[in-house]
Structures are given as structure tokens and as C-alpha cells.
Ligand binder design. Structure first.
Ligand code: HEM
Length: 508
């Protein structure tokens, strides 16, 4: 489009081109010559040749049926031959680092005129850079892989490593010392859980749930036990390669025999000389298909022990077909007398349950942060759609019942966001051990709130989008993905009920 000279036309000039073989239309003051395209149009030729469309301003009809991105695809952008004299297109693609102008599409800390006790200047800087990175580097890969089921491309992984995003996703800590974060936009000393929240939120905006797990969620949950409980030698051997994106790790706890009730697990490890010998199976292991290392929960003679197991001939993985994209790399893992040194033990032998439980908090916080961000994206989709979609001669949002649904959706994301920011603030002011003691219940409840409200919005959004919410391309594609996959956010990361610390003497 940029390379060719665009002419200016009047409405009268366009109107003369209104038949088969000579067909022009106007969309948002842009003039398109569809003469040759008409027979290739995925929506059929007939719809373009009707009297109200051929040679006319078809803006409303177009936006009732297509996402604006259709106009920017090179094969369609080149159909534009000019513009309407004296008019400027109103609808333009946003810059890759831009904030949405739709009310409630961004959390209040990103809304002009609003302030926040939690987010400082470094968070704003970081958010802008992260949005640009996700839109330019991650999103095209996410859309491709979500569709074809392939794992995240190594080029994207390399960039995540270069920017130290893989490391930042583990939260603040010594693993970030001396690193250049996101090209130097903030220092490791500035980095806190709110910056980490921003990374998750920006990833959540891709709206591609399988790929969102595929963008190395396995590292986020599989590496902390090494960082927190592994020997310095083990850390030196594993951590740098994983943070650089050269190797992948995953967390292998759940089994067909044991999910949230991890104590039911059957994978068994016994000692033989200075080695563990491990046999058993693991199920639903995110990123397991392509992982090099497995952080494995095992039953041992004195309780449960977490052991790091590298991929070998005795450890095999096969993909599990799930309802979300295979880009997540969900695996069934078989360990058949795998031998690893005793020095691969994470934490104390027999004390694996505390390693597993303390890991859950951060995992659940990550899942809910991403889920809430996709939830907000869906609210934005609904707000836009209910404005542009006309039914019975009026926009959808002119109906009270639709406005009531939108109000409920907004209330859900806003209340969850406020709670999340409070919890994140607590995380910033507690050690890892304190977090697992004091925040386990709160994070479980918050996750329950985020996922159940997310389901309610998914249902409302599907009603609003109607048939479009069941197709994986076109207008409702983000709603379809969220409606299909948001139940997993409640399931992944374990059960969501954890009322703890009730004083024994509490009475009415
Ligand atoms: C620049 C002009 C146009 C282009 C490049 C274009 C392109 C497309 C594309 C790529 C699709 C496939 C679905 C998607 O990717 O969203 C589609 C579907 C469709 N188009 Fe167009 N289109 C144009 C104008 C129009 C107009 C003016 C109408 C007006 C009636 C129309 C009616 C339809 C219909 C009914 C569908 C099927 C929608 C569905 O299955 O939900 N198109 N078009």
C-alpha cells in the first residue's frame, strides 16, 4: 500500500464502478478495487455485488463481518487504490507499544489521569517496552503456533533469553543479578513482582491459551525448585542454560493417580549406591514434550522427595491431545528405572512435600495473572463488538440487557485486579518462605475468584458474539479461545480451596 501512489476520488466517481468486472467499494474512506478479488472473496461474490455495497460506502457492513486486521494483510491492503477526497481513515492500527483507548481495556494504573500506590515510573517504562516486545516478537509466533500446534519457535526463545524475560518470569532474586533486563529498560535492583505481573499480563493479551503455556510455563514452575533447593553445583549446571533458552525444564508432579492430592502419587524412587532409581508415570506435564529436564515428585522410603531428572533413553514423553493447542507441549511421561545421582535431590530427602507446596503459590499467581489479563482482553472485545455490531437497526450496546452484561464484566475484572495488586504488594514484602506460609490461602482464593469470574465472562461473551464465538478465525476468535480454554485456569496449578489458619478457639 505504501509503495503505490493513492489517488483521491469523490463518492460519485466510486459509484460508477458498481458491477461485475468493475467493482469498487469504500471502507472507512479507503477506496478498494475488488474487480478481480470478487471471485476470491471468502465471503462469496454475491454479497459484494448487491446494490447497497457495490460502488458504495460499505464501512458498517465491513466492520460487522471482519476484524480490522483483514485490511492490513498485504494481500488485501494492495487492493486499495485511493481515498475519498477530503477524508482521513478513522480506524488505524495502533502502534505496537500503544495502550488501548477503550474504557476498561487497560487496568486503572495505565489509564490517563489515574494514579496507583503500587506502580511507579519504572513499571510504566517496563510495560511500554514489554507490550512492544510481545506485539512485535511474540504475537505473530503465538498466532501461528496456536493454529498449527507446533512449539514456540527457537528464534522467539532466543530473544526471550537475550532480554532475560525467561529469568524475570521466575520473579525477583539473585538469578537476575548483573543481567540487562529487557534491553536495559530497568535495572535488576528495580525489578519486583509488579514488573513480573506486567510480563504475565502482556503475555496474557495474546489470547492464545495453548501457546501461553507453550511460552515456557514449564520453566516458570520447574526451575524454582532448583533455584530454591538445588545444590550450587546443580544450579551452575542447569540454570544458565535454561535462562538463556538453550535448554527447557518442566515440573512433573501430577499423575493419572494423583492430581491436587499430590500425596497419592505412585512414581517411586529408591537408592542404589549413590544413585536414585526412579520408575513411574506423570501426566498433563506442560512443556514435557520438548523439555530437557524434569523436576519430578517421587515417593521415597521416608516420604516424598523431589528429584531433577534429565531426559534419557529411560525417560520418554508422548504428547497428550488436549482441547487447547498442542503448542503447550502437554506430555505423558514414562520413567523406566531412570538412574540419576543422589546429588540431584532438591531439598531434603523425604521433605519433598514442602518443596512442592511452596512452589504452588508462585505457579498459581502466574496462572491467575495471565488469566485475568486475557479476561480483560475479552471485555475489550465485547465492548468493541457491542458498539460496532448493529442488530435491529441499532448498535448492540443500545440494549439495556447488553449494557448490564458489560457492566458485570467490567466489575469482575476491576475487582479481581484490585485484589491481585494487593496480593502482589504482599509478595514484594515477604520472603519466599513467608509467602508460602501466609499467602497460600489468599492466592488460592484469588485464583478461584479470577477463574470463576472468567468463566462467567466467557459465557456472556459467547452469547454476545453468537455464532462467531464458535469459530476459531474471524470476529470471535479471541472469545472462542477464551471460552474453550478458560476452564483450564481453574484446573492447572491445582485445587483452589485452601482455608487455613482458622484459630481453634474461634466461636460465634
Ligand atoms: C476490502 C474488502 C474486503 C475484503 C478484503 C474482505 C475479505 C474477507 C475475508 C478475508 C474474509 C474471511 C473471514 C475473515 O478473515 O475475517 C471475509 C469474509 C466475509 N466477507 Fe469480506 N471482505 C471485504 C469486503 C466485504 C464486504 C463489503 C462485505 C459485505 C457484505 C463482505 C462480506 C463478507 C462475508 C459475509 C464474509 C463471511 C463472514 C463469516 O463467515 O462470518 N466482505 N471477507
Amino acid at each position: 500500500m505504501a509503495s503505490k501512489q493513492l489517488k483521491e476520488f469523490t463518492f460519485e466517481e466510486v459509484a460508477k464502478h458498481n458491477k461485475e468486472g468493475d467493482l469498487w467499494i469504500i471502507v472507512d474512506s479507503r477506496v478498494y478495487d475488488l474487480s478481480k478479488f470478487v471471485n476470491l472473496h471468502p465471503g462469496g461474490a454475491a454479497v459484494l455485488l448487491v446494490e447497497t455495497i457495490a460502488g458504495r460506502d460499505a464501512t458498517d457492513a465491513f466492520f460487522g463481518l471482519h476484524r480490522q486486521e483483514v485490511l492490513y494483510r498485504p494481500q488485501y491492503a494492495r487492493l486499495q487504490i485511493g481515498t475519498i477526497k477530503g477524508q482521513e481513515p478513522l480506524i488505524k492500527p495502533l502502534a505496537t507499544d500503544a495502550l488501548s483507548q477503550v474504557p476498561y481495556a487497560e487496568p486503572s494504573w495505565l489509564t490517563p489521569g489515574f494514579s496507583s500506590p503500587y506502580f511507579k515510573e519504572s513499571h510504566h517504562r517496563f510495560q511500554k517496552a514489554m507490550r512492544k516486545f510481545v506485539n512485535e516478537v511474540v504475537l505473530p509466533d503465538a498466532i501461528r503456533c496456536e493454529d498449527n500446534g507446533k512449539r514456540i519457535s527457537q528464534e522467539v526463545v532466543n530473544k526471550l533469553g537475550e532480554m532475560n524475560i525467561i529469568g524475570m518470569r521466575l520473579g525477583p532474586g539473585k538469578h537476575l543479578k548483573g543481567k540487562t533486563l529487557l534491553g536495559g529498560v530497568i535495572t535488576p535492583e528495580e525489578f519486583d513482582h509488579f514488573h513480573e505481573l506486567i510480563i504475565n499480563a502482556e503475555i496474557g493479551r495474546c489470547g492464545t491459551r495453548g501457546y501461553i503455556d507453550g511460552i515456557l510455563a514449564g520453566n516458570v514452575i520447574g526451575l524454582p525448585p532448583i533455584l530454591n533447593f538445588g545444590s550450587p553445583e546443580l544450579q551452575a549446571k542447569i540454570v544458565p542454560d535454561v535462562l538463556a533458552g538453550k535448554k527447557f525444564i518442566c515440573l512433573a508432579i501430577s499423575e493419572a493417580f494423583a492430581g491436587s492430592d499430590v500425596s497419592g502419587m505412585q512414581t517411586y524412587a529408591y537408592k542404589d549406591g549413590n544413585e536414585w532409581v526412579i520408575s513411574g508415570t506423570k501426566k498433563w506435564i506442560t512443556n514435557g514434550v520438548f523439555a530437557d529436564y524434569f523436576t519430578v515428585g517421587c515417593k521415597t522410603d521416608d516420604g516424598y522427595t523431589v528429584i531433577l531428572v534429565p531426559r534419557s533413553d529411560e525417560l520418554s514423553t508422548k504428547p497428550i491431545k488436549t482441547a487447547y493447542s498442542a503448542a503447550a507441549g502437554t506430555a505423558f511421561v514414562t520413567l523406566d528405572k531412570v538412574r540419576v545421582p543422589l546429588s540431584n535431590t532438591l531439598g531434603k530427602e523425604g521433605k519433598g512435600m514442602s518443596v512442592i507446596l511452596s512452589n504452588f503459590n508462585h505457579e498459581r499467581w502466574m496462572i491467575l495473572t495471565i488469566s485475568l489479563s486475557t479476561h480483560r482482553l475479552i471485555v475489550e472485545e465485547c465492548l468493541k463488538w457491542s458498539q460496532q455490531r448493529r442488530a435491529f437497526g441499532k448498535p448492540l450496546n443500545s440494549q439495556a440487557v447488553i449494557r448490564a452484561k458489560l457492566a458485570q464484566m467490567i466489575a469482575r475484572v476491576e475487582s479481581a485486579q484490585s485484589w491481585l495488586e494487593n496480593v502482589t504488594h504482599q509478595m514484594n514484602n515477604m520472603s519466599y518462605t513467608e509467602q508460602s506460609d501466609k499467602l497460600a490461602g489468599t492466592i488460592a482464593f484469588l485464583k478461584q475468584y479470577v477463574t470463576s469470574t472468567g468463566r462467567a465472562t466467557a459465557e456472556d461473551a459467547a452469547q454476545l458474539f453468537g455464532g462467531r464465538s464458535v469459530t476459531q478465525s474471524g470476529m470471535g476468535k479471541l472469545v472462542e479461545n477464551f471460552h474453550r480454554t478458560s476452564p483450564y485456569d481453574a484446573i492447572l496449578g491445582g485445587a483452589e480451596d485452601a482455608l487455613r489458619k482458622m484459630p481453634k478457639n474461634a466461636r460465634l
